[in-house]
Design a protein around this ligand. Structure first.
Ligand code: FBP
Length: 553
């Protein structure tokens, strides 16, 4: 990094806060063990798959005494999509390892799990780590989406670790990467390699959380960035009073990001995928409801508005979910015939002909651009790439069609104007400089991971809890990875996985949103959160997300 911004320079001096116990005695902790644990479901099957790590206790730290520890080498990888704060996890891990023994070494494997498999690494120096403190991005060692899941891959990991005398690996990733960390930990125990594995909860999506892991890192910063952008758009909408903005927000399946942004900014509508699925709401009903919103606001001289749409919505709409599943099968079955068709129209006709009557009607009711996206390139498992479907444009187009019919029945002066702008916010927030919350939380997670390694633990996820309070009240420790697991059907197979957290309709954040949304729909209740602040009053700089605060109320 040759040139850095003035903010980055000032920010590099920021000293992240640690939970009191780690602040007091560094990584020299004594371990307090809870009772034996069990997995969230499918206990028998999970126990059989993870005999050595199943049932481990939850651990928390109490102050310990500084003692000698032999020098060791530890590997770290960043896995999956970027999330603000990853560099601080590495910085916390690095600092704690050096505090345990200045001769400890940290190997950063490059490009995610593939670096570990291909033995591509950087031996991280203090100078290098210093350059990345409190910065966004994963560019110190980069990330990747290779999955560590086969025996051959695990053997390769063991072999590469052995080659460098590495005795522990820290995997910073989401639910899938931590599932893989759990299986790797068991494999390395079975093979008696002596190599420990610790996971850290990462993902902007916020779907790696449960009774023990309060939030994944990156969610706080990413939602603050999106909320700033949404607020700016709201102010523009309220100033010009001529556009409807349809904003799709990243987050994969879960709607946590959309919900948090709605709580921050008070849009005129925010769809929550989990509610759509739970109430069996059809696409037509969604379009009908949004059209009514546009008409009502127009009749009140408010020809503008902001609608938030979660990235995964399309998969949660019951009939579209069925349609996608049928299309996946159909295109796999008739791959050659389909590929030989010369143009989109013939492809659409071919598919419509093969779908049952009901699904064919759903398919043909969609705008052509969306039909094309549904027939587009599949992922390696043959599934449509749902995140590439432009739901924001789909909704706009379908509302336009409905409004055309409504306007045809109305007098000229009562016509509903509907000028739109479509947006997709995702990559804008994934590499932002971490908020104070994420900077502190991530550094604490890295530090905790090192303390768990120092205590000889494996098969754990580093945990820092009570995080809606100030950092000196945070509780550090470890959660057995097996505790979060259950069996799920994925790509036609029953597999052990960490359970993904979707938005719960009975929980406080959704209830809070639901209790205000009708008011927000009618008026101009927009809130403009402004940019993340790193310096200044606590109330401005150190607030955890609204979701977290409501969950912990
Ligand atoms: P992770 O689950 O790996 O943290 O990724 C999160 C995410 O940002 C999703 O919100 C989004 O759907 C996806 O990554 C995009 O992936 P890619 O970076 O491969 O385009």
């Amino acid at each position: 990094m040759s040139k850095i911004s003035a903010l980055q320079k000032a920010r590099s001096q920021y000293v992240p806060k640690l939970p009191a116990v780690l602040k007091q005695c560094g990584p020299f902790v004594t371990i307090q063990e809870g009772a034996a644990t069990k997995s969230v479901a499918d206990q028998k099957a999970i126990k059989a798959l993870y005999p050595d790590t199943y049932g481990l206790p939850v651990v928390t730290f109490a102050p310990g005494a500084k003692g000698p520890s032999a020098a060791r080498k530890v590997g770290v990888i960043l896995s999956g999509g970027q999330a603000p704060g990853g560099h601080n996890v590495i910085a916390g891990l690095f600092d704690a390892l050096k505090a345990l023994n200045p001769d400890n070494e940290l190997f950063g494997f490059l490009g995610g799990p593939s670096g570990l498999l291909e033995d591509k690494y950087l031996n991280l120096s203090a100078e290098l780590v210093d350059q990345y403190r409190n910065t966004g991005g994963f560019d110190m060692i980069c990330s990747g989406r290779t999955k560590l899941e086969t025996e051959e891959q695990f053997a390769k990991v063991a072999q590469n670790c052995k080659k460098h005398s590495i005795t522990a690996v820290v995997i910073i990733g989401g639910d899938d990467s931590n599932t893989n960390a759990c299986t790797l930990a068991q494999y390395l125990l079975t093979k008696k390699t002596g190599i420990q594995v610790i996971g850290c909860p990462k993902t902007i999506d916020g779907d790696l959380k449960n009774d023990w892991i309060e939030v994944s890192f990156g969610f706080d910063t990413a939602t603050k960035v999106y909320s700033e952008l949404i607020g700016n758009i709201m102010r523009d909408a309220n100033s010009a009073r001529k556009y409807w903005h349809f904003i799709k927000l990243m987050g994969r399946s879960a709607s946590h990001i959309a919900l948090e942004c709605a709580l921050q900014t008070h849009p005129n509508a925010c769809l929550i995928s989990e509610e759509v699925a739970a109430k069996n709401i059809s696409l037509q009903e969604i379009v009908q409801k949004l059209t009514r919103l546009v008409v009502n606001r127009a009749d009140n001289k408010l020809n503008f508005g902001v609608v938030l749409i979660p990235e995964g919505l399309i998969e949660f709409i019951p009939e579209i979910k069925l349609l996608i599943a049928q299309l996946n099968d159909l295109l796999a079955e008739h791959a050659d015939e389909f590929a030989a068709l010369p143009d989109l129209h013939r492809k659409i006709a071919f598919v419509a002909d093969k779908l049952g009557q009901k699904l064919a009607a759903v398919f043909t009711s969609l705008p052509e651009s969306i039909q094309a996206q549904l027939l587009g390139d599949r992922d390696p498992f043959g599934n449509v790439q749902v995140s590439k479907i432009e739901t924001e444009k789909l909704l706009i187009e379908m509302i336009e069609r409905k409004l055309a019919r409504i306007n045809a029945r109305r007098e000229k002066k009562a016509q509903v104007k509907f000028s739109t702008q479509a947006h997709f916010f995702g990559y804008e927030g994934r590499c932002a400089a971490p908020s104070n919350f994420d900077a502190d939380y991530c550094y604490s997670l890295g530090y905790t991971a090192a303390a768990l390694l120092g205590a000889g633990k494996t098969g754990y996820m580093a945990s820092v809890s009570n995080i809606s309070q100030s950092a000196d009240e945070w509780v550090a420790g470890g959660i057995p990875l097996t505790m979060m697991m259950n069996i799920e059907r994925r790509h036609g197979k029953d597999v052990p996985v960490i359970r993904k957290a979707l938005v719960e309709l009975s929980a406080r954040p959704f209830r809070e949103f639901a209790s205000h949304r009708n008011t927000w729909a009618r008026g101009v209740d927009f809130v403009y959160p402004g940019p993340i602040q790193y310096f200044g009053p606590k109330a401005v700089c150190d607030q955890a997300s609204i979701t977290l605060r409501l969950e912990q109320k």
